[in-house]
Design a protein around this ligand. Structure first.
Ligand code: ADP
Ligand code: ZN
Length: 223
């Protein structure tokens, strides 16, 4: 079954982790806009510099750039039978564009998953987040919550873990500010279409054990 899942939620709420879980569960690719941008930083000259500037400051990359890169990705072969979009759309313009692109393919967003967590807990989580930079793995750890078995090393693939450059307190605060400026209207947008599914998290919630995939399956069956 073709399925288009959009992951909403502030930075640090676990969009990446949940996206990854759902990807394995439903056997469809997990596409993270942030990762697409970060991979550009490594290859392209001018474009990379421009993107870097925004990411560094915790600001959104301009809509046209974000839309172009995601549009390309949406026409690749592997996402024809489903996709989990993590980090896109972030603005109404992006959401409208996504709708248009999907319509061309005879598809639509089936569910928008909104992970919600209070800001103070978000900051805590992000500054303690460590990421596996191996593209095939992309495991995410938390020094308090889910530390790797060997300090600084990925459990799955033995790659040294990194802290993302934008995962520092100052940039996180800016990212949260941007998030609050743009998210409400986006959440309403999907609520009005009756495809919003909110998961309320708290400090102790571990998204890997919450059974979100099961809940989503039930939800999609009912709708
Ligand atoms: P997080 O959700 O933890 O903030 P992401 O990896 O999703 O991290 O995004 C990192 C950065 O990439 C954002 O702060 C922003 O600069 C940029 N970015 C990601 N997705 C988008 C998007 N859809 N539109 C504009 N900028 C984006
Ligand atoms: Zn790894």
């Amino acid at each position: 079954m073709d399925m288009v899942i959009v992951m909403l939620g502030a930075p640090g709420t676990g969009k990446g982790t949940v996206g990854h879980l759902l990807s394995k569960e439903f056997n469809i690719p997990h596409v993270s806009s942030g990762e697409i941008f970060r991979s550009y930083l490594k290859k392209h000259g001018e474009l990379a510099e421009e993107i870097q500037n925004y990411i560094e400051k915790g600001q959104l990359v301009p809509d046209n750039l974000a839309i172009n890169l995601i549009e390309k990705r949406l026409f690749e072969e592997d996402v024809k039978k489903g996709i989990i979009l993590d980090g896109f759309p972030r603005t109404i313009l992006q959401a409208e564009k996504l709708k248009e692109i999907l319509a061309k393919q005879g598809r639509k967003v089936n569910i928008a998953i909104n992970l919600s967590l209070p800001d103070n807990e978000i900051i805590e989580r992000i500054v303690k987040r460590r990421t596996c930079p191996n593209h095939e793995c992309r495991a995410i750890y938390n020094l308090d919550f889910k530390p790797p078995k060997i300090e600084g090393i990925c459990d799955n693939c033995n790659t040294p873990l990194i802290q993302r450059e934008d995962d520092n307190e100052e940039t996180v605060k800016q990212r949260l500010k941007v998030y609050h400026q743009t998210s409400e209207i986006l959440i309403d947008y999907y609520k009005h279409q009756d495809i919003l599914y909110t998961v309320k998290l708290n400090q102790k919630s571990d998204v890997t054990t919450l059974g979100i995939a099961e809940e989503i399956k039930e939800y999609l069956k009912r709708n």
